[in-house]
Write a protein of this length. Structure first.
Length: 251
């Protein structure tokens, strides 16, 4: 099988998943966007969390051009990416009980804020406890996960529950268990994961919805501009000054 054919198959698979989440998750996307707009309008703060490769979609909405300036990364040391050595430590930390509570207790999150939790499987202790503890603290929790994992895998949390069981709003990425879209003769393992593409698109769709919702309410969305366009730094400086008490990645 030629490489170009495999590339085309991957694009087709990713596009198919994007069509599904666009059509099947439209109501939940609208609800998540409204929840974020509510928090912004009420003076609340926004946070995003993801572990391992799920952190990529969280990082994608923090401090970036075209994004809401108020979205902050809720980072758990050692779990944000593959820079920790050994890389397997990050996966192990996702299964540690009590870590989420310690992170939340030392964070600036408070009642009325919104936390977006991204976890493909939603089965590990860290995202489950993060959602449970966040809701107990009075935060609104938006979960981005693959519901298929709740049907085909066992939870690793002592409660036997998954991320989706502790969220106010759930966005289903539709990713199949194993996160690999392709198989081919001569290649023993399935390959070509699409979760990052689809999950990032889902979260950006929520951000776009929130911006539109705020505009409809007569509130200018606190968006950042690219620092690589003329006037971008000045624009961002104004936004960050206006909302400095709700932005935590500057300190």
């Amino acid at each position: 099988m030629s490489e170009s054919k495999l590339a085309g198959q991957f694009f087709d698979a990713a596009i198919g998943l994007l069509h599904r989440v666009r059509d099947e998750e439209a109501r939940n996307i609208a609800a998540a966007g409204a929840a974020i707009a509510d928090a912004v309008a009420a003076g609340g703060r926004l946070f995003a969390f993801g572990a391992g490769h799920s952190s990529l979609a969280a990082q994608d909405v923090v401090y970036r051009a075209g994004g809401l300036a108020l979205m902050n990364l809720l980072a758990v040391p050692g779990t944000v990416g593959v820079d920790v050595m050994p890389a397997t430590l990050g996966s192990a930390l996702e299964r540690v009980d009590g870590l989420a509570a310690a992170v939340l207790d030392s964070s600036p999150a408070k009642p009325g804020d919104v936390l977006v939790i991204i976890s493909l499987s939603g089965r590990n202790a860290l995202p489950v406890e993060m959602a449970m503890n966040a809701r107990a603290l009075g935060l609104k929790v938006i979960g981005v996960t693959s519901v298929a994992y709740t049907r085909e895998t066992k939870s690793r949390h002592v409660s036997g529950t998954y991320l989706k069981d502790h969220c106010d709003i759930v966005l289903d990425s539709k990713i199949a268990v194993g996160d690999a879209e392709l198989t081919a003769p001569g290649i023993e393992a399935p390959f070509a994961p699409a979760s990052t593409v689809v999950t990032s698109a889902l979260v950006q769709a929520v951000m776009a919805t929130a911006a539109g919702d705020l505009a409809e309410r007569g509130i200018e969305p606190p968006l950042l501009r690219s620092g690589n366009v003329d006037g971008g730094h000045e624009w961002n400086g104004r936004v960050m000054t206006e909302y400095r008490d709700r932005i935590f990645y500057r300190h």
